[in-house]
Every structure is written in C-alpha cells, then in structure tokens.
Design a binder for this molecule. Structure first.
Ligand SMILES: CC(C)(COP(=O)(O)OP(=O)(O)OC[C@H]1O[C@@H](n2cnc3c(N)ncnc32)[C@H](O)[C@@H]1OP(=O)(O)O)[C@@H](O)C(=O)NCCC(=O)NCCS
Length: 150
C-alpha cells in the first residue's frame, strides 16, 4: 500500500500482523532499507504505540565531487516530510476498524531530548500528555480516544 509525503513523493508500506495483538507498518523508499516504522500492540481496548519513527541516519546520494575526494555522502532525513502523520493515520485507522477505544504510548526523556517538540506533535494529532510522576527515563504518557475527529 502506498503513502505520500507533503511533496507528493510515493513510498511503499508493508504491514505485518503477528497474531491478533501485534501490528507493524514499515515504510520503504521504495526498496530496502526501511525508512520508517510504526509498531503497536493491542491490549484489551487499547492500542499501544511501541515505536514510531522516521529515519535520519541513512546516507543520501554522493555528488560527483564527494565521490572523487572520497568524502562520505551526507545523511538524508525522512522526518518532517509528513510521513509520521501518514503513519499515525494508519495506526488510527487500524484502531478504528479493530474497535479499539484508545491509542496510547510512552514518551521517554531521551525521545524529548532528541525531539523537543515531540509532545506538541502528538498534541497536534489529538493526544493528551500526562507527565510521569516518578523521576526516571519515562517522561510521560500520551493517550487519545479513537472516536475523535482527526
Ligand atoms: C516524531 C516523528 C515521528 C514525527 O514524524 P514526522 O514525519 O517528522 O512529522 P510530520 O512531517 O508528519 O509533521 C511535522 C510537523 O509537525 C510539527 N513539528 C514542529 N516541530 C517538530 C519536530 N521537532 N518534529 C516533528 N514535527 C514537528 C510541524 O508542524 C511540522 O510541520 P513542518 O515541518 O511543515 O513545520 C519523527 O520526527 C521522528 O521519527 N522523530 C524521531 C523519533 C521519535 O522521536 N519518535 C517518537 C517516539 S515516541
């Protein structure tokens, strides 16, 4: 199944289900390696997001001069192209069809350090953020009712 970024470029998505509880979407541009993932597990009526990310560690194409001087290719990022939003739509759509009531996930201190606007990104997509009470790796929890306007 295809998804498109904000500029209209097409990406291939593979969906894998393990039993009735685990579901994962991997995004390709269009062939290996994968460039994005959303992995969820269902627990009762909650669909929990365990991993949702777009890669920023893959080498892009080398220019002629970079190749000539043996320079490493600059890295490309697949973040901020609208693909995280598309993955979230797949998660929400699956939660709707499988009659889940909520979608949730944990956000760690490391996630926020790497992406300071992560909580706002989830809030923009209808999630509420509850900060963790204990001091530790967990920064908080995000949750969203499934039956809500996108
Ligand atoms: C968080 C993440 C999944 C969002 O996916 P994405 O494809 O980058 O986000 P989208 O392109 O769909 O949405 C981006 C929009 O959100 C808002 N935004 C603002 N700051 C942002 C930021 N630091 N990161 C992501 N979105 C941001 C903007 O409106 C932005 O649109 P703009 O680029 O036109 O300004 C992705 O950035 C990512 O993989 N980050 C690293 C891993 C991570 O933190 N995963 C979540 C763990 S719970």
């Amino acid at each position: 199944m295809p998804i498109w970024d904000k500029e209209g470029n097409e990406y291939r998505v593979e969906c894998t289900m393990t039993g009735e509880k685990l579901i994962e979407w991997r995004v390709f541009d269009p062939g290996p390696p994968w460039i994005g993932v959303a992995a969820c597990a269902r627990k009762a009526s909650d669909l929990r997001i365990h991993d949702l990310r777009l890669r920023d560690d893959l080498p892009g194409p080398r220019t002629f001069l970079q190749g000539l001087f043996g320079r490493p290719a600059p890295r490309v990022t697949y973040q901020r192209r609208g693909l995280g939003t598309e993955l979230l739509k797949l998660v929400i759509g699956y939660a709707e069809t499988s009659r889940c009531e909520t979608i949730s996930g944990d956000i760690t201190v490391e996630d926020i350090a790497a992406n300071p606007r992560l909580v706002q990104w989830y809030q923009h997509h209808g999630f509420a953020f509850s900060p963790a009470h204990a001091v530790g790796r967990l920064a908080g929890n995000i949750t969203r009712p499934v039956d809500q306007q996108r």
